[in-house]
Design a protein around this ligand. Sequence first.
Ligand code: SF4
Length: 99
Amino acid sequence: MESAHRILTPTLESWEWQLRGLCRGMPSEVFFTAEHDKGQRRLDHEKSAKQICRACPVLLECRRYAVEAAEPYGIWGATTPQERRSLGRESGPAVKPAS
Ligand code: SF4
């Protein structure tokens, strides 16, 4: 049992940040746009989600995870999927501000 604890602890610690996210308990639709969301409607939706993320105490942890995991959908750490792909291609850390 002790060896299992040693194996599981790092995993639990690596996800602990999610417990402190401002999005916790919010509807997923706030951060995930529908396929039919296009143009200005999509931009407004993304902007609204990003505003929540920018006040979130775990923005950097969230963004780092989403870039490293190549999350293909939704707003994570105030970034869109396209912005995360760009950050992932950069050599620096995934903690730079996104527009
Ligand atoms: S940065 Fe945004 S998506 Fe990430 S945990 Fe915070 S509110 Fe949720």
